[in-house]
Design a protein around this ligand. Structure first.
Ligand SMILES: Nc1ncnc2c1ncn2[C@@H]1O[C@H](COP(=O)(O)OP(=O)(O)OP(=O)(O)O)[C@@H](O)[C@H]1O
Ligand SMILES: [Mg+2]
Length: 358
């Protein structure tokens, strides 16, 4: 695993910055900060998740090739990776649902192999695929989880009501989950995970498949959990999601961690966005390429990629420049960095998720 910013580690960090403090160097982040939890014994920042050299193969396919993870208590950690990179496998191993072939994993201070029950008592898992029973109502699904968590009937009812209210599902509480929208079902799924008030929550792609509004609602819910001091490990395929939510991000590529750091450190390694100009004929492309010497040129698609952040001012200046030289463009699109750019920056190759290999 490469550190995202070795320079900062060796010399650049000011003396009063605790290298173990996840918030060090993240001043101005959007969510409230928690006092770092400390372990009574070592006096160091306590780790909610500690994984060393985790390996897993299915048959002769190596799915996790020796990964290390540290998630500090009370922080949000994002595991970023494309399809098939091993995100779900990692979550399943950390949450005792799957045994690793090698390596050591401690969650909430307990070894997942030797003390799975203690681990399970401390965690909640929202899987990539819904655990909601569609034939039950929202409230019944929650009550079922309350039974599994050994809450009394009265406590279960109270907890269910609290969660239905918090997740904006109160009105739909008596309806069968089969009638819920994707966003509602996802919220119910997470609410079910929280019935036992876990201190550590694993969320496997919490927003995949949600529309922009559903994603934002889910982000708000996750921020709320984090503000309550819950440790969160989430997986995602979206750089912006990791950026919005996480204190630390690790990038997973074919079962290996290829980068780890704060979202700021990660983004600093990714080249900025660009503006893509599409031309109707080679002549205009040619003229524009002479004018915009810093642009990347693609003769096949008759397009130019001009480095730029896509702000109105940048666009205005660019269009004015083209106008001045009477260069016509057919279309223009603005590109902000995404997972592909991260991959290219940290691995030198684009994402080659499973879908690309098929
Ligand atoms: N039980 C299993 N048996 C065989 N192969 C498996 C099993 N579980 C996972 N795999 C394989 O391991 C690889 C990683 O899968 P995993 O589900 O961890 O990826 P992922 O990062 O969660 O992908 P996605 O983004 O599609 O959810 C894939 O090639 C998958 O086919
Ligand atoms: Mg998955």
């Amino acid at each position: 695993m490469s550190n995202l910013n070795p320079a900062e580690q060796s010399a650049g960090a000011p003396a009063d910055v605790d290298p173990l403090d996840p918030h060090a160097g993240t001043a101005g982040r959007r969510r409230p900060e928690h006092p770092p939890a400390t372990s009574a014994t070592a006096g160091r920042t306590a780790l909610a998740v500690e994984a060393r050299g985790v390996r897993k193969s299915f048959g002769d396919q190596v799915v996790l090739d020796g990964i290390d993870l540290d998630v500090i208590e009370g922080t949000v950690f994002a595991l970023l990776g494309p399809n098939g990179s091993g995100k779900t496998t990692t979550v399943r191993i950390l949450s005792t649902l799957l045994a690793a072939d090698a390596g050591v994993v401690r969650v909430a201070g307990h070894d997942v192999g030797r003390e799975p029950d203690s681990v399970r008592a401390a965690i909640g898992v929202t899987g990539q695929f819904s655990a909601v029973d569609k034939l039950l109502t929202g409230r019944e699904n929650l009550m079922m989880m309350a039974d599994l968590a050994h809450l009394s009937r009265a406590d279960g009812r109270r907890r269910a009501a609290e969660l239905l209210d918090r997740f904006d599902l109160f009105e739909a509480a008596g309806k069968m989950a089969a009638t819920y929208s994707g966003g509602m079902r996802r919220r119910l799924d997470l609410a079910m995970t929280l019935v036992g008030a876990p201190r550590i929550v694993f969320l496997d792609e919490p927003t995949t498949g949600l529309d922009p509004r559903g994603r934002h609602t889910m982000w708000q819910i996750i921020r709320g959990l984090a503000a309550d001091g819950v440790t969160i490990l989430l997986t995602t395929q979206y750089l912006d999601e990791a950026d919005q939510l996480a204190d630390r991000v690790a990038v997973l590529d074919h079962g290996a961690l290829v980068a780890e750091g704060s979202p700021e450190q990660l983004k600093a390694r990714v080249p900025g966005g660009h503006i893509r100009l599409q031309f109707a004929d080679p002549q205009h492309l040619e003229t524009a390429a002479h004018l915009l010497t810093n642009a990347g040129r693609d003769d096949e698609t008759l397009s130019l990629q001009v480095p730029g952040d896509g702000t109105v001012a940048t666009l205005r200046a660019l269009l004015a420049q083209l106008d001045q030289h009477t260069i016509d463009i057919e279309s223009l699109s603005i590109h902000t960095p995404d997972l592909d750019d991260v991959f290219f920056a940290v691995t030198g190759h684009p994402t080659t998720g499973e879908d690309d290999q098929r």
